[in-house]
Design a protein around this ligand. Structure first.
Ligand SMILES: Nc1ncnc2c1ncn2[C@@H]1O[C@H](COP(=O)(O)OP(=O)(O)OP(=O)(O)O)[C@@H](O)[C@H]1O
Length: 474
């Protein structure tokens, strides 16, 4: 393997064995299969959970577009031009074969972000766009539709280029392109990912190329398979994940610089920290900007309690008492370390509970399967460390147990995680119950910090008093 290859930097994340169409791609290892640490005693924050894995997990477990009741914010490059938004796909005057593809995917109407993003992306002359909205709000579907609309199938060279942060994420987007383009078979897709061995100078005929930055650069510069000057639409997906990997930022900018002046630049991100913003502005000149704020989570409908314990055995007994006194349809239990999570899963299984364990050493597909089983109600208790559960919304869970209180990596209170574990957004506005296990002076102090921060009382619960526990369920 050449050491000068741009692709080296992304090897880590692209390494796996996969099949694309009839192409078999052999690779070094599997970034998703995590090594189990010797004692399994790392804290969840110590587990290196990369954003790409989280993002992939979210994609795998998602069944529907995420509803969001917030207003879309639109900042137009030309504030004098009228602001178009559409309520139906028909209004977009899509090619019939694409409209058919959209409906076949079960989309009845554009999602909130699509209402504004699609007219901008499909406008003539092409407009540049930076769009930010949380995962699951329909960004991928939107830019896929834009790419498919802009290609000219009679021209046999790459016209749309989409870069994704990892091999697996590129594959997921590729699937959406294949699904949406199902009735438009003249349009072909190539995957510029590690392992797709190509000979130098053999021009690619596919009109859409999706890949990771390193391989795309190799295909443009070293192997000269793509003529970047012929690209009409450039998409940079998951910008926040992209910049989390060293090297990707530079590679993306290098790709962008090779593109012709009139090329449409589109950038998408689920979050918008300053760093993402700075990067976006370098990649997308004169952008229109669309933002959709995340739905706020609240503790308003949550009854919060704490239980005083001395040890993990004590916590386990308290948990059993709670289970003995009230009917819990489904619960999520958070532990600080994998070791505790494993131990607790064993103990609860011995007591006859149907327990699912979500753990950092599982491959992302395994995790997705566990979450799906839990969602389907096949298991009633999901035990996990924080890292594994980040970003997972399980609507029907009404009871959350903090077997260990959430802490940041320095061992301090982590308000955001506390809120995310037990809070509910408007869309799941159901009532919930949260029980915090407190086992030291320090954890009591942390609990008090949460109480103060959210200005919501966390009441003491005596788990030896069954009558008292029964009352919390009402
Ligand atoms: N207009 C629509 N109507 C119904 N479902 C939709 C619509 N648009 C997208 N979806 C579906 O909603 C889910 C999320 O869409 P999509 O993957 O495009 O979101 P995203 O914002 O790109 O998320 P991520 O950032 O995780 O990639 C997918 O299952 C997709 O098929």
């Amino acid at each position: 393997m050449a050491t000068d290859s741009w692709a080296l930097a992304v090897d880590e994340q692209e390494s796996t064995t996969k099949t694309i169409g009839n192409l078999r791609i052999m690779e070094a290892g599997d970034a998703n299969l995590r090594q189990t640490d010797d004692d399994g005693d790392k804290s969840d924050e110590e587990e290196e959970e990369d954003r790409a894995t989280q993002s992939l997990l979210n994609k795998l477990i998602r069944s529907n577009v995420v509803n969001n009741t917030n207003q879309v914010e639109v900042l137009q490059r030309d504030p004098n031009s009228p602001l178009y938004s559409v309520k139906t796909f028909e209004e977009l005057r899509l090619k019939p074969q694409l409209l058919k593809g959209v409906y076949e995917m079960g989309f009845n109407r554009p999602s909130k972000i699509q209402e504004n993003a699609l007219p901008m992306m499909l406008a003539e002359p092409p407009q540049n766009l930076i769009a930010q909205s949380q995962s699951g709000t329909g960004k991928t579907a939107a830019f896929v539709l834009a790419m498919l609309s802009h290609v000219d199938p009679s021209l046999k060279w790459p016209q749309c280029l989409c870069i994704s942060p990892t091999y697996e994420l590129a594959l997921q987007t590729g699937k959406v392109i294949e699904q949406m383009g199902k009735f438009y078979p003249e349009v072909k897709l190539a995957y510029a990912v590690r392992g797709h061995k190509m000979e130098r100078g053999v021009k690619i005929k596919e009109q859409i190329v999706i890949g990771t930055p390193g391989t795309v650069l190799d295909w443009c510069i070293k192997l000269k398979l793509i003529d970047p000057k012929k690209i009409k639409v450039f998409v940079l997906d998951e910008a926040d994940v992209m910049i989390a990997t060293q090297g990707h930022q530079d590679q993306s900018i290098r790709i962008q610089r090779m593109l012709p002046k009139g090329c449409q630049m589109l950038l998408f991100s689920a979050t918008f920290e300053d760093s993402v913003w700075k990067f976006a502005e370098r990649v997308v000149p004169d952008p229109n900007i669309i933002k959709l704020k995340r739905e706020e989570e609240t503790l308003d409908t949550i009854k919060q309690y704490y239980v005083l314990c001395n040890s993990k055995e004590d916590k386990f007994n308290a948990l059993c008492n709670i289970y003995g006194a009230i009917t819990i349809a489904q619960a999520m239990i958070f532990c600080h370390t994998r070791k505790t999570a494993n131990w607790l899963a064993n103990q609860l299984s011995k007591e006859g509970h149907q327990v699912a364990l979500l753990s950092g050493e599982m491959a992302v597909e395994q995790r997705a399967a566990v979450i799906e089983r839990f969602r389907d109600g096949k298991e009633k208790v999901l035990i996990t460390t924080n890292v594994c559960a980040r970003g997972i919304d399980v609507e029907q869970v009404s009871v959350v147990i903090n077997f260990d209180l959430p802490l940041d990596k320095d061992g301090n209170p982590d308000n955001e995680t506390y809120l995310h574990r037990i809070g509910r957004t408007g869309r799941f506005g159901k009532r919930g119950l949260a029980v915090n296990m407190v086992d030291s002076q320090r954890s009591m102090e942390i609990l008090k910090t949460y109480e103060r921060h959210f200005n919501k009382k966390i009441a003491r619960l005596d788990t030896d008093d069954l009558d008292e526990i029964e009352k919390i369920a009402n």
